[in-house]
Unconditional design. Structure first.
Length: 83
């Protein structure tokens, strides 16, 4: 899970750079057809970026819950008597 979360974070970072690049290209382009294509790609990158962030958050939260449960169980082993 940690490796997956790390890889998704790398893709999130790459998406952020791509978003900035397309946003910048929109300001420089004077051709309307070119702007339509760039804007479409830009909007797609925004959706993809948001999706990756939600996926990453889900993975990190699940991983945190597992770690919390494992720690709780380790701490409680000595407290709760076993019958």
């Amino acid at each position: 899970m940690k490796e997956l979360a790390t890889n998704i974070q790398k893709h999130i970072d790459l998406e952020a750079k791509a978003i900035e690049t397309y946003k910048e290209l929109l300001t420089y382009s004077s051709d309307e057809k070119e702007k339509i294509i760039i804007k479409t790609i830009y909007q797609d990158e925004l959706r993809h970026h948001a999706l990756l962030k939600r996926i990453h958050k889900t993975i990190v939260e699940v991983e945190t819950l597992v770690i919390d449960d494992e720690m709780w169980n380790l701490l409680m082993e000595d407290v709760i008597p076993r019958f």
